[in-house]
Design a protein around this ligand. Structure first.
Ligand SMILES: Cc1ncc(COP(=O)(O)O)c(C=O)c1O
Length: 370
C-alpha cells in the first residue's frame, strides 16, 4: 500500500527509486539539450508509461521501441513519433503499416534490400510514406549493413528513390561500448561510431541525399564526445535505471542505479556454508552469468557475500571468504540485490513497485510480448 515501507512487500519484488529515475532522465535530457541533439529515449528497459513520460519530459513524442508490442502500447496511450528500431520483420509488415497509417509518425528500420521490397509491396494508404531508417553496423557486430560496404550506400539510394518510401535517417547502435572499461574507452568507441556515421552522411551528401543521423547507447550517451553534437539524434535507454554493469563500464556510479530486487532469506544451509533466498532466475535473470566477484548481483550492504547460483525460484548465497554466521541472517531477513543488467531483471517482473525515499508511492505495469 502507498506510504508503506519496502519491507511490507512480498518478495521477490522489483523496486524502483522514482527520485533516481527522474534524476537519471533529467541529466540525459539536459546533456543533449546542451549539445543541441534530439534525445530519442529507448523504452526497452522498462516498457512502462510512467517511465516514458519521465524520459520524454511529458511530451510523449520521439521514442524508440524494440518490439511492436511496445509500439502499440505507446501508440494506444497517445505517444507518437515512434521509431521501431529493429531489423524489419516480414511477418509484421501489416502491423507496421497499420501503425504508419494511424500515427502522425511511425518509423521503421531496415538493413537489407529485401526489406525495402516488402515495404514497396505494401504501399500506405492516403498518400502516406514509409519513414525508414537505414541501420548501419559501425563496429557493434550485430544488426546493420556494414558502413564500409558499397551496398550500404546503394541501399540508402534505393530507399530514397523508392516510391512511397522516405529515407528518414541512418542509425547505428554502438553496443560495442559494453565491452569498455572506463570513460576513455567509452569515448573512443563513441568517437569512432560518430566519425563513421558522419563519414557516411558525407557520402550520402555527395549523391544528393540528406537525412538524419543517430547513434547511441547508455555508455556513449552518459559520457558523450563533443562531436556527437553533429548528430541529429541519440537513442540511449538503459540510463533511466542503470545497473551494476553500467557502473563497471563507467557510465554511472553504483549510487545512480535506480532499481533493486528485494528478496528474503528462506533457508540456512550450514553444511554448505550457504543461505537460501527466495530470488531465483525468475526474479533476477541469469544475465551476467554470475561473473561479478559477488556473483549474479551486488548484495547491498554486504560486500562480503556472493550470490553464487540460482535455480528457478531459489538463490544460493555464501561468503566470498570464510564461514557464514547464520545467526546474523535469521529466516525472513530482507536482502537487497542490485541487478547486473536492469533490462533483463525488469523483464522478469510483471509489476514494478515504485518508491520515494523507501516509502511506496505506486506501481508501474510494463507491457510485454513482441
Ligand atoms: C537498436 C538499439 N537502440 C538503442 C538501444 C539502447 O541502448 P542502451 O541499452 O545502451 O541504452 C539498444 C539497446 O540494446 C538497441 O538495441
Amino acid at each position: 500500500m502507498e506510504g508503506d515501507p519496502l519491507s511490507a512487500l512480498c518478495t521477490p519484488a522489483l523496486v524502483v527509486d522514482v527520485d533516481k529515475v527522474k534524476r537519471n532522465a533529467n541529466r540525459m535530457i539536459e546533456r543533449f539539450e546542451k549539445l543541441g541533439v534530439q534525445l530519442r529515449p529507448h523504452m526497452k528497459t522498462h516498457k512502462t508509461l510512467e517511465c516514458a513520460d519521465i524520459m520524454t519530459g511529458g511530451s510523449r513524442r520521439s521514442i524508440v521501441v524494440s518490439t511492436l508490442a511496445e509500439a502499440s502500447f505507446y501508440a494506444d496511450h497517445g505517444f507518437d513519433d515512434i521509431l521501431y528500431a529493429y531489423s524489419l520483420p516480414f511477418d509484421k509488415i501489416e502491423r507496421c503499416a497499420a501503425l504508419s497509417e494511424r500515427l502522425e509518425l511511425f518509423q521503421v528500420l531496415l538493413d537489407h534490400p529485401d526489406a525495402l521490397e516488402q515495404l514497396k509491396s505494401r504501399p500506405l494508404r492516403d498518400g502516406r510514406l514509409w519513414h525508414v531508417w537505414l541501420k548501419l553496423d559501425c563496429g557493434n557486430g550485430r544488426a546493420g549493413i556494414l558502413h564500409s560496404q558499397p551496398e550500404a550506400l546503394r541501399l540508402a539510394q534505393a530507399i530514397e528513390g523508392a516510391e512511397g518510401v522516405q529515407l528518414t535517417g541512418v542509425y547505428a547502435h554502438c553496443g560495442n561500448t559494453y565491452s569498455c572499461k572506463g570513460v576513455e574507452q567509452i569515448q573512443t568507441v563513441a568517437q569512432e561510431t560518430t566519425n563513421l556515421i558522419l563519414q557516411f552522411m558525407e557520402k550520402l551528401k555527395s549523391v544528393g541525399i540528406t537525412c538524419k543521423s543517430s547513434i547511441g547507447s547508455t555508455p556513449s550517451c552518459s559520457q558523450p564526445v563533443k562531436d556527437m553534437a553533429q548528430l541529429s539524434e541519440v537513442h540511449p535507454g538503459n540510463y533511466v535505471f542503470y545497473d551494476v554493469q553500467q557502473s563497471l563500464i563507467g557510465s554511472c556510479s553504483l549510487e545512480d542505479v535506480a532499481v533493486r530486487v528485494l528478496t528474503r532469506v528462506i533457508g540456512h544451509c550450514p553444511h554448505r556454508n550457504q543461505l537460501l533466498i527466495d530470488c531465483g532466475w525468475t526474479g533476477l535473470s541469469l544475465d551476467g552469468a554470475g561473473k561479478l566477484p559477488t556473483g549474479y548481483a551486488v548484495i547491498e550492504g554486504h560486500p562480503d557475500l556472493k550470490l553464487t547460483s540460482m535455480t528457478q525460484e531459489h538463490g544460493r548465497v555464501e561468503p566470498i571468504l570464510g564461514s557464514l554466521d547464520h545467526s546474523k541472517f535469521p529466516l525472513g531477513t530482507l536482502l537487497t540485490l542490485i541487478p547486473y543488467h536492469s533490462c533483463a531483471t525488469a523483464m522478469m517482473h510483471p509489476v514494478y513497485h515504485v518508491h520515494s525515499k523507501g516509502r511506496l508511492v505506486g506501481k508501474w505495469i510494463p507491457t510485454r510480448g513482441w
